[in-house]
Design a protein around this ligand. Sequence first.
Ligand SMILES: Nc1ncnc2c1ncn2[C@@H]1O[C@H](COP(=O)(O)OP(=O)(O)OP(=O)(O)O)[C@@H](O)[C@H]1O
Ligand SMILES: [Mg+2]
Length: 369
Amino acid sequence: MGIAAESVGEDVLRQHAEDAFAEELAALAAADERPRPPRWRLSPWAVATYLLGGTLPDGTVISPKYIGPRRIVEVAVTTLATDRALLLLGVPGTAKTWVSEHLAAAVCGDSTLLVQGTAGTPEEAIRYGWNYARLLAHGPSRAAMVAGPVMRAMSRGLVARVEELTRIPADVQDSLITILSEKTLPVPELNDEVQAVRGFNLIATANDRDRGVNELSSALRRRFNTVVLPLPATADAEVEIVGRRVAQLGSGLELPPVAGAEAELRRVVTVFRELRAGLTEDGRTRLKTPSGSLSTAEAISVVTGGLALAAHFGDGVLRSADVAAGILGAVVKDPVADTLVWREYLETAVRPRADWQDFYRACRDADPA
Ligand SMILES: Nc1ncnc2c1ncn2[C@@H]1O[C@H](COP(=O)(O)OP(=O)(O)OP(=O)(O)O)[C@@H](O)[C@H]1O
Ligand SMILES: [Mg+2]
C-alpha cells in the first residue's frame, strides 16, 4: 500500500496487476481445487490459466495476459514452485517485465517487491539498509534495519522481482547467491540472519542485448532456471498482442473510440516484422535492418500514440498519417544510418504496394528531409 493510496483508490495512473485483475484472481482462487504449494494463492495450474487465459466452469472469462507458447508459461510457473529461481531472458519488448509482474501477482498476490537493476544498484537495495537516526541513537538492532524488497519477500514468504539483473554490478549480483542457495540472508552486524519462509522465490529479468554488460557469474546462473521469451512467432500473433494491449491502454486513458484501427495496426506490425527480419513478408526483397530493436512494445506505443492523435485531432478514424511519425521515431534511432535504411525500405518495399499508397505518402510527409 503506497503513500496516499487510500484516498486515490482506483484513480492511480497504473494499477498493479493484482489490483487491476483482482476479480479474475478471486474467481480463479474460488474455482481452484488443485493443490497449492506452501503460501501460494493459487495452484500452478490456475496461475498458468491466469497468464494464458481461459474460461472457468462458472463461466468467468480469464483474459490472456501472455500470448505465446503454453509450455513456456508452464515451465516458468513450476520453476517458482521449486527451489530454483526464475530468470526470464529475451530481446527487448518480449514481455519479460510484464510476465514477471503477473506471475508474482498470481502466485503471492503482491507484485511490488521489486528491485530495479542498474549499474548503480547498491547491495542495500537487495539486502537491507539502516535507519541512521536509530542506528546512531541505539546502535545496530533489528529495529534499525530497513529491509529491502528481497529481504521482505524472504521474511513473508513472497515472490521478489529483480529487473534487469545483468545490469547490476557483478559483486552486488553475487549477494543473491547465498539468498538463493542457502535461503538465508546473513546480517553480520547483528551476528544474525533472516531465513526465508516457505513460499519465497525470486523472478529476475534480463535483456539479451545487455548480455556481456555484466555477464551473470556461473555460480549465480546455476541458481536460476532460465526461460527464454521469444518474439511473436507469426504476424497474426503479434497483431493480437498489439491489439489487446492497445485496447487496454486506450480504455485506461479514456480515449474516445476510433474506427478502422485494425488495418493500420496490421500495417504497423508488418513494417516492424519486415524490418526486424530484413526481408519482406512475401520473402522476395531483402532489406537492411535498423539499429533499434523494433519490439512489440514499441509497436504498441506507436499504435496507441496514433489512436490518441486520431481521437483528439483527427476525424475519429485511425489513418496512416497518425502512425507515420511514430513509426519513423521507432525506426530511426541513429539519425544517419537508420534514415537511409528507412528510406530504402519505403522505396523498395512500400511504394510498389498498390494498397499502401496512403501509407507511403504519409511516411514521406513525416520524414523531415
Ligand atoms: N507475447 C506477448 N504477450 C502479451 N503481451 C506482450 C507480448 N509481447 C509483448 N507484450 C507486451 O509488450 C509490452 C512490453 O513488455 P515488457 O515491458 O514486459 O518487455 P520486456 O521484455 O521487459 O522489455 P525490456 O527488455 O525492454 O525490459 C507489454 O505491455 C506487453 O503486454
Ligand atoms: Mg523489462
